[in-house]
Design a protein around this ligand. Sequence first.
Ligand code: ADP
Ligand code: NA
Length: 333
Amino acid sequence: TFQPRIFSGIQPSGGLTLGNYLGALKRFVEKQEEGIETIYCLVDMHAITVWQDPAKLRQQTREGAAAFIAAGIDPKRSILFNQSQVSAHAELAWIFNCVARMGWMSRMTQWKDKTAGKNAEAASLGLFAYPALMAADILAYHATMVPVGEDQKQHLELTRDIAIKFNNDYGVDFFPVVEPLIEGAATRVMSLRDGTRKMSKSDPSDQSRINLTDDAETIAAKIRKAKTDPDPLPATVEGLKDRPEARNLVNIYSALSGQSVEAVISEFAGAQFGTFKPRLVDLAVAALSPITNEMNRLMADPAEIDRILGDGADRADAIARPILEQVYDITGM
Ligand code: ADP
Ligand code: NA
């Protein structure tokens, strides 16, 4: 049996979005408050699976750390660090590259989406192998639970497959079979440009995303411009079924307000988006502006952020290194 331990990560591949906040960061804080051991990581080695400008990557890693802290992660109670500073991730990933099968990787929908219509032969080998590194991130800590958005579900199933295959191949009960925690109204926040693609920091073609660093006017303008259909809000939750844009805005409202989707619908039944959107703006600004302000304050002292990340890396390494030593022993190395 494994003690309950939470691990999750965010790529410093751009500024964090409202999707990252509602689907991940806000829930990371809730888990910390539940008193479970929580380990959170800026996964810079995942970010470089597609090209990253070095100076920007360094800046975005610090900004990501500032966002974690500003959102409520306490670097004393949680471990907060940068992936590349703990070499166990890369070392265990290599072993998992030898456990995972090519066929498993080629069935990952994110790999297929990211290479769709492009020359897959020109994609980096790292982009293909990314889920094995993600499995290493989690299993290097014997983490048992992983809070993530819906988009990571398939990768977590692969993490389970890798743990099971490793245990079977070597005849051990060494790695836990992790449980994905995909919960709440905002497990998949969609783009405000159309309701069919997820809001993502790593999609440079979509400028409609709400960033944690946006000021109140920018947030208001983006929500005002959010695509909707011409109908008023429905009287029942079922009425959102074939209305992806409306459903997305209601889900965001629900996640920001802490009200159920049913409660939001009963409050706004029959209302026009011209009435609903300003209320959504108020909620979004109230949630994000304290985070933005605190991020700006923290970013004024990058050396302090580096110190916090360095301390987190030492504490992460103290957990991961002994586990990795056992893996080397199990595998005969
Ligand atoms: P991105 O796709 O924005 O680059 P990451 O791959 O770094 O984000 O994911 C970081 C975390 O944020 C993951 O747990 C992921 O599931 C979650 N996440 C990303 N986008 C969304 C979204 N639009 N809605 C909900 N959660 C999201
Ligand atoms: Na992603």
